[in-house]
Structures are given as structure tokens and as C-alpha cells.
Write a protein that binds this ligand. Sequence first.
Ligand code: IYR
Length: 217
Amino acid sequence: MIPYAFTRRETGWSLERARALLGEMRGRRSCRAFSPEPVPRELIELAVEIAHTAPSGANRKPWRFVAIDDPAIKREIRLAAEAEERENYERRFPGEWTEALEPLGTGPEKPFLEIAPWLVVMLRVDVEVVAGRTRKNYYPMESFGIMSGFFLMACHQLGLATLTHTPSPMNFLRGICRRPANEKPTLLIPVGYPAADCVVPDIPKKPLYEALQWNRP
Ligand code: IYR
């Protein structure tokens, strides 16, 4: 054990930072129309490194990242994702789901998978072989969720737009990325700048009082 190098802040400082951060995070939107403008690799590496600082069950960090800017791989991913999504929208989705998606304007075409300069594939690792022994990771779902939240927030803070995309099923990504069978493709996150004419749905956000309870009613 070592001492925790924690910086204690004044409450005024914290409040100011919290309000500024809330303002910035309120401005984050899922982006479905990207500009092809390149993003330096170092920026992606830093965002991934920030995500990788996330806490995880027993510090196992049950995730892998594959960062892709190779146009040939992006094209392969787009074609495979669109094939799955076409099945979803035309056959697999129940009516209720397509209704819920209607106001978001989503559909089976995913041009952003080729246009965004980077695709970051995140894979969840529930079980892995370490030093010849198979071991189970702890709380992989929770850990993965925390990690991906760190990533989305980091990207927004760095001035990058993202989309949490989950083509379903997304096992095709394992083959395309040449990852082993114990790694489960879980999120496919395009990262870049919004296209100049990017629009987002004008939808209300659930008010905080519907989500937050203080103590007991
Ligand atoms: N994965 C599908 C459907 C979809 C699901 C949710 I939840 C969204 O917020 C948006 C879309 C698709 O990407 O089209």
C-alpha cells in the first residue's frame, strides 16, 4: 500500500468545475454524420489511455481496444454491419423497437463507419488465459460500462464526437479484427468531427427529478 496522492479542492473550485463540466456534457450528442477530416492518432491513443484508467473488478481491466483508421478495414466493417442491421430493421426488430428508434432517424445504412476517421472497437473479456491458466474476470459488465463512459466523456472533453454504435449481433468484428474467441465485441465507436451539415434529433432529455431520489420518499 502507498499513500493516496489526492488533491483536496475548495468547494468553490469544485462547484465551478462541476457546472462547467455539466455545461459541456449537456452539449454532447451522439453523432451519426462525421466529417472525413483526420484525427491525429495520438489523440485517439490518449482517449483510450484515459478509458484504460477506469476502475475494474479486482483491477483485471477486462477489455481490449482495436483502433482502426485503415479504409479497407473500415469498409469491411461497414458492409458487415449493414448486412446485420438490414436483417434487424427488416425482420428481427419487433415493431415496438422500430417505433422507439423512429424519432432518432436511424436505419440500416451506416456510412459513418467508413467516413469517420477512426473506429474504436471495444471488446469485453470475461475469461482469459494468464500464464497458462484460465481465469475468470470479476464484474466484467460493470467494469466495461464504466470504462466506456470514461472514453465517451474523454472524447467529448478533447473536442471529438462519438457514437456508441452496437450493430447486432456484432461477432463479425472479432473475425475482421483478428481477435481470439474469448473477446466479445461489445461497442463500436466511431470517433471524429461532426460533418458540417450534421443534424441531431431535437428530442427532450428525461428531467433529472425522474432519475434522482434523495434518501427515501
Ligand atoms: N443498432 C441499431 C439500432 C439502434 C439501437 C439503439 I438502443 C439506438 O439508440 C439506435 C439504433 C442501429 O444502429 O441502427
